[in-house]
Ligand binder design. Structure first.
Ligand code: FAD
Length: 352
């Protein structure tokens, strides 16, 4: 398995649990977007539609079991909170949220409490009075991604996985067959290869995956901070056990890893417009991560004779990890090809 983000780790763990010998190739654990991510499991708050919504909701359904398994196998705790409040800044946006809510309630979720105007204050009184309303999606959630990544690595090692801290430099292929992966220390051969290299996928395969820079701030969690994630169109506030994340910018800036003044200003300004009481909270730091973006914002899945490529999870890779790992497992173990391999095939970009 190439890639030490949540997607690669989830695939590696699923394969180890099935009794396979797994080697994980990780160039740099710290650069993974998975560590920086807000960790929201939020298909509804994100406003997803079509096959991306279907995939995301299916993966959300696997999340609780996935988390319990990771905690059990690693013997580590991983902070998780339930429910996300999607707020609207004006009446027009609230109308859009209401339409989406009705659509989601028909097929995709069973709980979506609507709060209009002052009713919002009953859910959390500190919110800005200027907000028009919101919808509370109880089935959504949030996971501490640093704890999750650590727990996944621990579980991987405890199950006997081999971790190699080096990069894949090149994939040697003969058509649809991967012969080996070249690294600085030599050539790595395997019965099967899984590539989950996130935003760096293009270094190994000719697929349209590119980095989308995201800056996210970490601040003090005030004593009367939000009891759940609050998600607005230009800001989200994620309360964790000991801090509060303020997310996130979306920038096309290549692999520019610098936190910027503009980023800090946008994140804090937008967060304050949702939660003015945040003003005096201590500002801790600004982090940068690279989402694996694609031209249509949907994943890129591909498989050959003895390899699978799973990438392009863009804004929802944490949410998507359990289902992606399950599909890779089914492909390798049972030769079952999920329809998602077709829906998210890179060939869709060649047709247009
Ligand atoms: C600011 C921000 C907020 C986000 N918030 C959310 C959120 O709330 N919810 C959500 O679901 N998603 C969120 N995301 C998106 C999510 O982080 C990504 O979709 C997800 O982490 C992708 O996981 P991955 O494992 O594919 O890639 P990554 O986590 O980026 O991991 C890729 C790994 O591959 C390794 N690698 C790359 N190339 C090679 C190579 N050649 N050889 C060896 N190793 C290699 C890298 O070192 C890295 O370890 C957010 C992202 C950002 C930046």
């Amino acid at each position: 398995v190439v890639g030490g983000g949540v997607v690669g780790l989830a695939c590696a763990l699923e394969l180890l649990r099935a009794g396979h010998e797994v080697t994980l190739l990780v160039r740099n654990e710290k650069e993974a977007a998975s560590r920086v991510a807000g960790g929201m499991l939020a298909p509804f708050s994100e406003g997803l539609t079509d096959e991306l919504l279907e995939f995301s909701v299916e993966s959300l359904g696997l999340w609780r079991e996935f988390l319990e398994t990771v905690k059990e196998l690693s013997n580590r705790s991983v902070f998780f909170s339930k429910g996300i409040l999607r707020v609207a800044k004006d009446e027009r946006e609230l109308d859009e949220l209401k339409k989406l809510r009705s659509y989601y309630l028909k097929r995709f979720c069973s709980s979506a409490e609507l709060a209009e105007g002052e009713e919002l204050g009953k859910l959390y009184p500190k919110l800005s009075e200027k907000l028009a309303g919101g919808v509370f999606y109880e089935e959504e959630g949030n996971v501490d991604t640093e704890e999750l990544t650590e727990a996944l690595f621990t579980a991987f090692l405890r199950l006997g996985g081999e971790l190699r801290r080096e990069g894949a430099l090149r994939v040697n292929r003969d058509g649809e067959r991967v012969l080996s992966v070249k690294t600085h220390s030599g050539k790595l051969e395997a019965d099967y290869f899984v590539f989950a290299a996130g935003a760096w996928t293009k270094e190994l395969f000719d697929v349209p995956v590119f980095p989308v820079k995201g800056q996210i701030a970490r601040a003090e969690l005030p004593p009367d901070g939000p009891p759940f994630v609050v998600y607005a169109r230009d800001a989200y506030l994620i309360p964790r056990e000991k801090d509060l994340l303020l997310g996130a910018t979306t920038e096309r800036a290549g692999f520019d890893a610098r936190p910027t003044v503009k980023g800090a200003s946008a994140l804090t300004g937008n967060a304050l417009s949702v939660l003015p009481a945040l003003e005096e909270a201590e500002f801790y730091e600004l982090r940068v991560g690279f989402r694996p973006g694609t031209p249509d914002g949907k994943p890129v899945f591909y498989f050959g004779e003895n390899f699978a490529l799973v990438s392009g999870h863009y804004r929802n890779g944490i949410l998507h990890a359990p289902l992606t790992a399950r599909l890779v497992f089914l492909l390798i173990e049972r030769r079952e090809v999920s329809p998602y391999f077709q829906k998210f095939s890179p060939y869709r970009f060649r047709r247009t």
